[in-house]
Design a protein around this ligand. Structure first.
Ligand SMILES: Nc1ncnc2c1ncn2[C@@H]1O[C@H](COP(=O)(O)OP(=O)(O)OP(=O)(O)O)[C@@H](O)[C@H]1O
Ligand SMILES: [Mg+2]
Length: 301
């Protein structure tokens, strides 16, 4: 984790009123982590609890943020959702199925419902944009070529990269690479998109555009987004729910909807403060009142 990047307050220009939840209040959660625990064995033989037993649920259509300091266990928790990390205890329920109980073949099929993107994009360097996005469709037999072709083009259009089908990753900007990664993750029509610090390698302008794309994807196709970030403005702009992790424990969870609440953590209070500031600044000003002074230390685009 790096120092908090205050210049990213400039992203507030992109802020908008909190989006209403898309799920019905009675619907069962799409993701339920039930008493999951992950312990790593360190080189010196000691056990290290990266995720202590915790329970968490995420509803379909949500945009769910996981925040916490470096080493808090955010990435490990995210990777438990698609079983890139297998929990030492507990259950990982996605769409009602416990992934920990599936055979390898069943798990491979279930993972089609869960796309993932990473900070460093993880594209195949010697494959074109088209082939990168087609990759998850080709490794699963049964997709006719014409169907793959149409789906790849559809996904590239969704992320605004229809013109780049024949380019190679090295010919793209960071933001474009992340868009290819998003298109690739969406190609198998997942219900969940896991994002591990997807904007940390991008500048503010590119971050804003990428968050806009993620928001549109969530709204247009209803894909549930779970995003790990250390950037509080990203939470404030994109997330409807946020969970705060400390030393592998879930210490706080709340809706990012501007409703005042007792927050038990510093991060929780900082997120609330950002949300309230955005609401104040979005409120219409009485006629003749001048624009608010720019607070010290806060950069504006
Ligand atoms: N494979 C592993 N073996 C041993 N320890 C690990 C392993 N993976 C993660 N850890 C440890 O578990 C803890 C949580 O790691 P994790 O990557 O989940 O943190 P994080 O919250 O994502 O941090 P960051 O913000 O720096 O990415 C860290 O202390 C890390 O060193
Ligand atoms: Mg991490």
């Amino acid at each position: 984790m790096q120092a908090f990047p205050y210049w990213r307050f400039a992203l507030r220009a992109f802020a908008h009123p909190a989006m209403p939840p898309t799920h019905s209040p009675d619907a069962p959660p799409l993701i339920r982590l039930e008493g999951v625990r992950k312990t790593f064995r360190l080189p010196n033989g000691e056990a290290f609890d990266a995720v202590r037993p915790l329970t968490l649920q995420i509803h379909e259509g949500d945009v769910f943020g996981l925040v916490g300091k470096s080493g808090a266990g955010k990435s490990t928790l995210l990777r438990l959702v698609n079983l890139l990390e297998r929990p030492d205890a507990g259950r990982v329920l996605v769409a009602g199925r416990d992934l920990t109980q599936l055979s390898r073949a069943e798990l491979r099929a279930a993972r089609q419902q869960i796309g993932m993107i990473f900070q460093q994009f993880n594209l195949i360097q010697n494959a074109t944009v088209f082939d990168n996005v087609a990759f998850p469709l080709r490794i699963h037999a049964g997709h006719p070529r014409a169907e793959i072709d149409a789906r790849v083009r559809e996904c590239l259009a969704l992320v605004g990269l229809a013109e780049k089908t024949d380019s190679y990753p090295a010919q793209l900007s960071g933001g474009q690479k992340q868009r290819v990664a998003i298109a690739r993750a969406l190609a198998p029509r997942p219900r969940v998109l896991l994002c591990d610090e997807p904007t940390s390698a991008l500048d503010s302008e590119t971050t804003r555009a990428l968050l806009q794309t993620l928001r549109e994807i969530n709204q247009k196709i209803g894909v549930t987004i779970v995003i790990v970030t250390y950037e509080l403005p990203v939470v404030e702009m994109l997330c409807r729910q946020v969970a705060i992790l400390e030393k592998g424990q879930l210490v706080e969870q709340f809706a990012v909807d501007g409703q005042a609440g007792e927050r038990s953590t510093v991060l929780g209070r900082e997120i609330d403060e950002l949300v309230r500031r955005r609401a104040r600044e979005a409120a219409p000003r009485p006629p003749g009142q001048s624009a608010r002074a720019v607070p010290q230390g806060v950069a504006y685009a």
